[in-house]
Design a binder for this molecule. Sequence first.
Ligand code: HEM
Length: 397
Amino acid sequence: MTITPPATITGPRSDLDIYADAALLDPWPAYRELRDAGPVVFLDRYNMYAATRYDAVTHILRTPEVFPSSEGVMMNDEMNQVLRGNTLCSDGAAHDASRRVIVKPLTPKALRPLQDDIREQARGLVDRLTARGGFDAVTDLAQYLPVTVVSNLVGLPEEGRERMLVWASEMFNCFGPMNDRTRDSFSVLGEMMEYATTQAVPGKLKPGSWAEAIHDAAARGEVAADKCPVMMIDYMGPSLDTTIFAISSAIWLFAHNPDQWDLVREDLSLVPSAINEVLRLEAPIQDFSRSVAADHEIDGVMLPAGSRVITFYGAANRDERHYPDPDRFDVRRNPTDHLGFGAGPHACVGMNLARLEMRALFEALAAKVSRFEIVSEERALHNILRGFTRLDVSVHG
Ligand code: HEM
Protein backbone atom coordinates (compact mmCIF):
# COMPACT_ATOMS: atom_id res chain seq x y z
CA MET A 1 0.00 0.00 0.00
CA THR A 2 1.46 3.35 -0.99
CA ILE A 3 0.88 6.66 0.77
CA THR A 4 -2.16 8.50 -0.69
CA PRO A 5 -1.60 12.06 -1.97
CA PRO A 6 -3.28 15.04 -0.29
CA ALA A 7 -6.37 16.53 -2.04
CA THR A 8 -4.63 19.83 -2.75
CA ILE A 9 -0.96 20.26 -3.48
CA THR A 10 0.50 23.75 -3.58
CA GLY A 11 4.13 24.83 -3.65
CA PRO A 12 7.06 23.30 -5.50
CA ARG A 13 6.86 19.74 -6.86
CA SER A 14 9.48 17.36 -8.17
CA ASP A 15 9.44 14.07 -10.06
CA LEU A 16 12.96 13.17 -8.84
CA ASP A 17 13.29 9.53 -7.79
CA ILE A 18 15.19 9.99 -4.58
CA TYR A 19 15.06 6.22 -3.82
CA ALA A 20 16.42 5.06 -7.20
CA ASP A 21 19.72 3.12 -6.97
CA ALA A 22 21.82 5.96 -8.40
CA ALA A 23 20.28 8.56 -6.06
CA LEU A 24 20.80 6.36 -3.01
CA LEU A 25 24.45 5.81 -3.86
CA ASP A 26 25.06 9.51 -4.56
CA PRO A 27 22.21 11.55 -3.07
CA TRP A 28 23.99 14.91 -2.89
CA PRO A 29 22.99 16.36 -6.32
CA ALA A 30 19.32 15.43 -5.78
CA TYR A 31 19.38 16.88 -2.25
CA ARG A 32 20.80 20.15 -3.58
CA GLU A 33 18.13 20.31 -6.30
CA LEU A 34 15.38 19.79 -3.72
CA ARG A 35 16.87 22.34 -1.29
CA ASP A 36 17.02 24.90 -4.10
CA ALA A 37 13.43 24.14 -5.17
CA GLY A 38 11.96 25.11 -1.79
CA PRO A 39 11.85 24.51 1.96
CA VAL A 40 9.51 21.56 1.35
CA VAL A 41 8.90 20.01 -2.06
CA PHE A 42 6.15 17.55 -3.06
CA LEU A 43 7.65 14.32 -4.46
CA ASP A 44 5.22 13.23 -7.19
CA ARG A 45 6.57 9.69 -7.31
CA TYR A 46 6.03 9.07 -3.62
CA ASN A 47 3.06 11.32 -2.69
CA MET A 48 5.03 12.79 0.19
CA TYR A 49 6.71 16.10 0.84
CA ALA A 50 10.49 16.26 1.20
CA ALA A 51 12.10 18.61 3.72
CA THR A 52 15.76 19.04 2.87
CA ARG A 53 16.77 22.48 4.20
CA TYR A 54 18.29 22.59 7.67
CA ASP A 55 15.75 25.09 9.07
CA ALA A 56 12.74 23.19 7.71
CA VAL A 57 13.93 19.78 8.99
CA THR A 58 14.78 21.18 12.43
CA HIS A 59 11.42 22.96 12.65
CA ILE A 60 9.52 19.76 11.82
CA LEU A 61 11.49 17.66 14.33
CA ARG A 62 10.95 20.25 17.06
CA THR A 63 7.21 20.72 16.46
CA PRO A 64 5.70 17.34 17.43
CA GLU A 65 2.21 18.77 18.01
CA VAL A 66 1.95 19.42 14.24
CA PHE A 67 4.34 16.66 13.10
CA PRO A 68 3.67 13.70 15.42
CA SER A 69 5.51 10.38 15.37
CA SER A 70 2.63 8.20 16.60
CA GLU A 71 1.28 7.80 13.05
CA GLY A 72 4.69 6.29 12.27
CA VAL A 73 7.95 7.77 11.00
CA MET A 74 8.35 5.44 8.04
CA MET A 75 7.58 6.06 4.39
CA ASN A 76 4.97 3.31 3.92
CA ASP A 77 1.69 2.57 5.69
CA GLU A 78 2.39 -1.12 6.45
CA MET A 79 5.54 -0.39 8.42
CA ASN A 80 3.84 2.49 10.20
CA GLN A 81 1.38 -0.12 11.52
CA VAL A 82 4.04 -2.66 12.53
CA LEU A 83 6.01 -0.42 14.91
CA ARG A 84 3.02 1.47 16.34
CA GLY A 85 3.63 2.21 20.01
CA ASN A 86 7.40 1.80 20.26
CA THR A 87 9.45 4.73 21.52
CA LEU A 88 10.29 5.98 18.04
CA CYS A 89 6.63 5.91 16.99
CA SER A 90 4.84 7.53 19.90
CA ASP A 91 4.17 11.00 21.28
CA GLY A 92 3.46 12.83 24.51
CA ALA A 93 3.02 10.90 27.75
CA ALA A 94 3.30 7.46 26.10
CA HIS A 95 6.59 8.49 24.47
CA ASP A 96 7.92 9.96 27.74
CA ALA A 97 7.11 6.72 29.60
CA SER A 98 8.83 4.35 27.17
CA ARG A 99 11.76 6.69 26.51
CA ARG A 100 12.40 6.86 30.28
CA VAL A 101 12.82 3.06 30.30
CA ILE A 102 14.90 2.84 27.11
CA VAL A 103 17.27 5.68 28.08
CA LYS A 104 18.13 4.36 31.55
CA PRO A 105 21.21 2.31 30.58
CA LEU A 106 22.29 4.87 27.95
CA THR A 107 22.86 8.02 30.01
CA PRO A 108 26.49 9.21 30.38
CA LYS A 109 26.37 8.19 34.06
CA ALA A 110 25.06 4.69 33.30
CA LEU A 111 27.67 4.20 30.57
CA ARG A 112 30.65 5.36 32.67
CA PRO A 113 31.38 1.91 34.15
CA LEU A 114 31.61 0.49 30.60
CA GLN A 115 34.16 3.01 29.36
CA ASP A 116 37.34 1.21 30.40
CA ASP A 117 36.18 -2.12 29.01
CA ILE A 118 35.14 -0.59 25.67
CA ARG A 119 38.47 1.26 25.40
CA GLU A 120 40.43 -1.89 26.19
CA GLN A 121 38.46 -3.94 23.66
CA ALA A 122 39.01 -1.24 21.03
CA ARG A 123 42.77 -1.20 21.68
CA GLY A 124 43.00 -4.99 21.54
CA LEU A 125 41.06 -5.10 18.29
CA VAL A 126 43.14 -2.36 16.66
CA ASP A 127 46.36 -4.10 17.74
CA ARG A 128 45.23 -7.34 16.10
CA LEU A 129 44.01 -5.68 12.91
CA THR A 130 46.97 -3.36 12.37
CA ALA A 131 49.37 -6.30 12.85
CA ARG A 132 47.76 -7.79 9.73
CA GLY A 133 48.50 -4.63 7.73
CA GLY A 134 44.95 -4.36 6.46
CA PHE A 135 41.35 -5.26 7.21
CA ASP A 136 37.75 -4.87 6.17
CA ALA A 137 36.66 -1.71 7.98
CA VAL A 138 33.08 -3.06 8.08
CA THR A 139 33.22 -6.69 9.18
CA ASP A 140 36.57 -6.63 11.02
CA LEU A 141 36.50 -3.16 12.56
CA ALA A 142 33.07 -1.49 12.66
CA GLN A 143 31.00 -4.54 13.59
CA TYR A 144 33.17 -5.65 16.47
CA LEU A 145 32.06 -3.42 19.37
CA PRO A 146 28.34 -3.30 18.46
CA VAL A 147 28.22 -7.08 18.01
CA THR A 148 30.34 -8.16 20.98
CA VAL A 149 29.65 -5.44 23.57
CA VAL A 150 26.27 -3.92 22.70
CA SER A 151 24.36 -7.07 21.81
CA ASN A 152 25.56 -8.57 25.09
CA LEU A 153 24.25 -5.58 27.02
CA VAL A 154 20.90 -5.79 25.25
CA GLY A 155 20.93 -9.40 26.46
CA LEU A 156 18.79 -11.26 23.95
CA PRO A 157 18.94 -15.08 24.00
CA GLU A 158 22.09 -16.42 22.27
CA GLU A 159 19.98 -18.38 19.84
CA GLY A 160 19.06 -16.04 17.04
CA ARG A 161 21.40 -13.26 18.14
CA GLU A 162 23.61 -13.80 15.10
CA ARG A 163 20.58 -12.77 13.01
CA MET A 164 20.57 -9.34 14.64
CA LEU A 165 22.77 -7.73 12.00
CA VAL A 166 20.55 -8.99 9.20
CA TRP A 167 17.38 -7.98 11.03
CA ALA A 168 18.62 -4.49 11.82
CA SER A 169 19.57 -3.77 8.22
CA GLU A 170 16.40 -5.27 6.72
CA MET A 171 14.25 -3.46 9.26
CA PHE A 172 15.66 -0.11 8.21
CA ASN A 173 15.03 -0.99 4.54
CA CYS A 174 11.36 -1.41 5.49
CA PHE A 175 11.33 2.24 6.61
CA GLY A 176 11.50 3.25 2.93
CA PRO A 177 8.67 3.83 0.48
CA MET A 178 6.97 0.68 -0.85
CA ASN A 179 9.63 -0.23 -3.43
CA ASP A 180 11.27 -3.59 -4.20
CA ARG A 181 13.86 -3.10 -1.46
CA THR A 182 11.12 -2.62 1.13
CA ARG A 183 9.02 -5.50 -0.20
CA ASP A 184 12.01 -7.88 -0.18
CA SER A 185 12.86 -6.98 3.41
CA PHE A 186 9.39 -7.49 4.85
CA SER A 187 9.75 -11.29 5.27
CA VAL A 188 12.88 -10.83 7.38
CA LEU A 189 11.07 -8.25 9.46
CA GLY A 190 8.41 -10.87 10.27
CA GLU A 191 11.17 -13.13 11.61
CA MET A 192 12.47 -10.30 13.82
CA MET A 193 9.02 -9.51 15.22
CA GLU A 194 8.43 -13.22 15.91
CA TYR A 195 11.74 -13.37 17.82
CA ALA A 196 10.89 -10.19 19.77
CA THR A 197 7.51 -11.69 20.74
CA THR A 198 8.46 -15.30 21.50
CA GLN A 199 12.18 -15.28 22.43
CA ALA A 200 12.85 -11.84 23.95
CA VAL A 201 10.77 -12.75 26.98
CA PRO A 202 11.46 -13.05 30.72
CA GLY A 203 13.29 -16.29 31.53
CA LYS A 204 15.12 -16.30 28.19
CA LEU A 205 16.77 -12.87 28.51
CA LYS A 206 20.15 -12.32 30.14
CA PRO A 207 19.62 -11.37 33.81
CA GLY A 208 20.25 -7.67 34.41
CA SER A 209 20.18 -6.88 30.69
CA TRP A 210 18.57 -3.88 29.01
CA ALA A 211 15.93 -6.08 27.40
CA GLU A 212 15.00 -7.58 30.75
CA ALA A 213 14.66 -4.06 32.20
CA ILE A 214 11.87 -3.39 29.68
CA HIS A 215 9.87 -6.33 31.05
CA ASP A 216 10.65 -5.25 34.63
CA ALA A 217 9.28 -1.77 33.84
CA ALA A 218 6.13 -3.35 32.39
CA ALA A 219 5.73 -5.48 35.54
CA ARG A 220 5.89 -2.26 37.62
CA GLY A 221 3.20 -0.72 35.39
CA GLU A 222 5.52 1.94 33.94
CA VAL A 223 4.76 0.83 30.36
CA ALA A 224 1.99 -1.37 28.96
CA ALA A 225 2.98 -5.06 28.88
CA ASP A 226 1.82 -5.47 25.28
CA LYS A 227 4.38 -2.80 24.27
CA CYS A 228 7.35 -5.00 25.26
CA PRO A 229 7.93 -6.64 21.84
CA VAL A 230 7.92 -3.35 19.92
CA MET A 231 10.08 -1.76 22.61
CA MET A 232 12.64 -4.55 22.03
CA ILE A 233 12.87 -3.18 18.51
CA ASP A 234 14.06 0.15 20.02
CA TYR A 235 17.25 -1.70 20.94
CA MET A 236 17.40 -4.42 18.28
CA GLY A 237 17.01 -2.06 15.33
CA PRO A 238 19.15 1.00 15.89
CA SER A 239 21.89 -0.21 18.24
CA LEU A 240 23.99 -1.94 15.56
CA ASP A 241 23.90 -0.80 11.95
CA THR A 242 23.80 2.92 12.67
CA THR A 243 27.08 2.82 14.57
CA ILE A 244 28.62 0.31 12.15
CA PHE A 245 27.82 2.51 9.16
CA ALA A 246 29.12 5.59 10.98
CA ILE A 247 32.47 3.91 11.70
CA SER A 248 32.94 2.65 8.14
CA SER A 249 32.06 6.10 6.73
CA ALA A 250 34.61 7.66 9.06
CA ILE A 251 37.39 5.39 7.80
CA TRP A 252 36.40 6.19 4.20
CA LEU A 253 36.51 9.93 4.95
CA PHE A 254 39.88 9.68 6.68
CA ALA A 255 41.29 7.63 3.79
CA HIS A 256 40.19 10.33 1.34
CA ASN A 257 41.32 13.20 3.58
CA PRO A 258 44.70 12.19 5.06
CA ASP A 259 45.37 15.79 6.16
CA GLN A 260 42.31 15.58 8.43
CA TRP A 261 43.54 12.29 9.92
CA ASP A 262 46.89 13.97 10.60
CA LEU A 263 45.09 16.73 12.52
CA VAL A 264 43.28 14.17 14.68
CA ARG A 265 46.48 12.23 15.34
CA GLU A 266 48.31 15.39 16.36
CA ASP A 267 45.54 16.48 18.72
CA LEU A 268 43.29 13.77 20.14
CA SER A 269 41.00 16.39 21.67
CA LEU A 270 39.66 16.76 18.10
CA VAL A 271 38.16 13.26 18.15
CA PRO A 272 34.68 14.36 19.39
CA SER A 273 34.59 17.15 16.81
CA ALA A 274 35.66 14.71 14.08
CA ILE A 275 32.84 12.34 15.11
CA ASN A 276 30.31 15.17 14.76
CA GLU A 277 31.72 16.05 11.36
CA VAL A 278 31.47 12.42 10.16
CA LEU A 279 27.84 12.23 11.31
CA ARG A 280 27.08 15.56 9.64
CA LEU A 281 28.60 14.64 6.27
CA GLU A 282 27.56 10.97 6.14
CA ALA A 283 24.47 10.70 8.36
CA PRO A 284 24.04 6.91 8.84
CA ILE A 285 20.25 7.40 8.91
CA GLN A 286 19.49 9.61 5.93
CA ASP A 287 15.77 10.12 6.47
CA PHE A 288 12.66 9.31 8.49
CA SER A 289 9.25 11.00 8.16
CA ARG A 290 6.42 12.59 10.11
CA SER A 291 2.69 12.80 9.47
CA VAL A 292 1.12 16.28 9.29
CA ALA A 293 -1.64 16.68 11.92
CA ALA A 294 -2.84 20.20 10.94
CA ASP A 295 -2.44 22.53 7.96
CA HIS A 296 0.93 24.17 8.51
CA GLU A 297 2.99 26.64 6.55
CA ILE A 298 6.77 26.42 6.29
CA ASP A 299 8.44 29.41 4.65
CA GLY A 300 5.40 30.13 2.47
CA VAL A 301 4.64 26.51 1.49
CA MET A 302 1.46 24.96 2.89
CA LEU A 303 1.63 21.38 4.15
CA PRO A 304 -1.94 20.05 4.30
CA ALA A 305 -3.25 18.06 7.27
CA GLY A 306 -3.18 14.33 6.54
CA SER A 307 -0.08 14.49 4.34
CA ARG A 308 3.37 13.08 5.17
CA VAL A 309 6.74 14.82 5.07
CA ILE A 310 10.12 13.09 4.81
CA THR A 311 12.79 14.70 6.95
CA PHE A 312 16.13 14.28 5.20
CA TYR A 313 18.74 14.57 7.96
CA GLY A 314 21.46 13.84 5.40
CA ALA A 315 20.36 16.73 3.16
CA ALA A 316 19.88 19.21 6.00
CA ASN A 317 23.39 18.42 7.22
CA ARG A 318 24.78 19.62 3.88
CA ASP A 319 22.60 22.73 3.56
CA GLU A 320 24.82 25.58 2.38
CA ARG A 321 22.31 27.96 4.03
CA HIS A 322 23.48 26.62 7.39
CA TYR A 323 27.00 25.20 6.99
CA PRO A 324 29.59 27.11 4.96
CA ASP A 325 31.30 24.93 2.33
CA PRO A 326 29.10 22.02 3.46
CA ASP A 327 30.69 19.25 1.36
CA ARG A 328 34.13 19.81 2.90
CA PHE A 329 35.25 17.36 5.61
CA ASP A 330 36.74 19.54 8.33
CA VAL A 331 37.50 17.86 11.66
CA ARG A 332 37.86 21.27 13.30
CA ARG A 333 34.34 22.39 12.36
CA ASN A 334 32.68 20.70 15.37
CA PRO A 335 29.09 20.94 14.11
CA THR A 336 27.39 20.10 17.42
CA ASP A 337 24.00 21.01 15.92
CA HIS A 338 24.15 18.41 13.11
CA LEU A 339 21.02 16.32 12.59
CA GLY A 340 22.71 12.91 12.31
CA PHE A 341 21.13 12.00 15.66
CA GLY A 342 17.89 13.85 14.86
CA ALA A 343 16.64 16.70 17.09
CA GLY A 344 13.73 17.50 19.40
CA PRO A 345 11.89 14.98 21.58
CA HIS A 346 12.97 11.96 19.50
CA ALA A 347 16.68 12.82 19.31
CA CYS A 348 18.70 9.61 19.53
CA VAL A 349 18.79 8.03 22.98
CA GLY A 350 21.80 5.92 22.00
CA MET A 351 24.07 8.80 21.01
CA ASN A 352 26.27 8.58 24.12
CA LEU A 353 26.95 4.91 23.50
CA ALA A 354 27.59 5.45 19.79
CA ARG A 355 30.02 8.28 20.60
CA LEU A 356 31.75 6.15 23.23
CA GLU A 357 32.31 3.27 20.77
CA MET A 358 33.53 5.58 18.00
CA ARG A 359 35.80 7.54 20.30
CA ALA A 360 37.41 4.39 21.67
CA LEU A 361 38.11 3.10 18.15
CA PHE A 362 39.48 6.36 16.72
CA GLU A 363 41.75 6.96 19.71
CA ALA A 364 43.11 3.44 19.37
CA LEU A 365 43.55 3.84 15.60
CA ALA A 366 45.26 7.22 16.03
CA ALA A 367 47.94 5.57 18.16
CA LYS A 368 48.70 2.97 15.51
CA VAL A 369 47.76 4.11 12.02
CA SER A 370 49.25 7.00 10.05
CA ARG A 371 47.44 6.28 6.76
CA PHE A 372 44.40 4.36 5.52
CA GLU A 373 44.42 3.31 1.89
CA ILE A 374 41.28 1.96 0.29
CA VAL A 375 41.87 -1.33 -1.51
CA SER A 376 38.25 -1.97 -2.53
CA GLU A 377 34.82 -0.85 -1.43
CA GLU A 378 31.16 -1.71 -1.76
CA ARG A 379 28.64 0.90 -0.72
CA ALA A 380 25.38 -0.35 0.80
CA LEU A 381 22.41 0.07 -1.50
CA HIS A 382 19.85 0.79 1.16
CA ASN A 383 16.59 2.77 1.39
CA ILE A 384 17.55 4.62 4.57
CA LEU A 385 21.06 3.80 5.78
CA ARG A 386 24.25 5.22 4.33
CA GLY A 387 27.54 3.40 4.67
CA PHE A 388 29.41 0.39 3.38
CA THR A 389 28.89 -3.35 3.24
CA ARG A 390 32.63 -3.82 2.58
CA LEU A 391 35.58 -1.45 2.84
CA ASP A 392 38.95 -3.14 2.47
CA VAL A 393 41.79 -0.91 3.61
CA SER A 394 45.51 -1.30 4.01
CA VAL A 395 47.06 0.60 6.90
CA HIS A 396 50.50 2.09 7.51
CA GLY A 397 51.97 2.65 10.92
C1 HEM B 1 25.90 6.57 15.08
C2 HEM B 1 24.90 5.88 15.60
C3 HEM B 1 23.45 6.32 15.61
C4 HEM B 1 22.80 7.18 14.78
C5 HEM B 1 23.35 7.96 13.59
C6 HEM B 1 21.42 7.25 15.25
C7 HEM B 1 20.45 8.06 14.69
C8 HEM B 1 19.20 8.30 15.24
C9 HEM B 1 18.23 9.26 14.76
C10 HEM B 1 18.42 10.16 13.54
C11 HEM B 1 17.15 9.21 15.58
C12 HEM B 1 15.94 10.15 15.53
C13 HEM B 1 14.66 9.51 15.08
C14 HEM B 1 13.56 10.50 14.78
O1 HEM B 1 13.81 11.66 14.46
O2 HEM B 1 12.40 10.07 14.79
C15 HEM B 1 17.41 8.18 16.57
C16 HEM B 1 16.53 7.80 17.56
C17 HEM B 1 16.74 6.69 18.35
N1 HEM B 1 17.91 5.96 18.49
FE1 HEM B 1 19.63 6.27 17.49
N2 HEM B 1 21.27 6.42 16.32
C18 HEM B 1 22.50 5.84 16.59
C19 HEM B 1 22.78 4.95 17.62
C20 HEM B 1 21.85 4.41 18.46
C21 HEM B 1 22.12 3.40 19.46
C22 HEM B 1 23.50 2.82 19.74
C23 HEM B 1 20.92 3.11 20.06
C24 HEM B 1 20.59 2.15 21.18
C25 HEM B 1 21.44 1.49 21.91
C26 HEM B 1 19.91 3.97 19.46
C27 HEM B 1 18.58 3.99 19.82
C28 HEM B 1 17.68 4.93 19.38
C29 HEM B 1 16.29 4.99 19.83
C30 HEM B 1 15.62 4.04 20.82
C31 HEM B 1 15.70 6.10 19.20
C32 HEM B 1 14.27 6.61 19.37
C33 HEM B 1 14.25 7.75 20.38
C34 HEM B 1 12.88 8.37 20.53
O3 HEM B 1 12.02 8.17 19.69
O4 HEM B 1 12.68 9.07 21.54
N3 HEM B 1 20.53 4.74 18.51
N4 HEM B 1 18.66 7.65 16.36
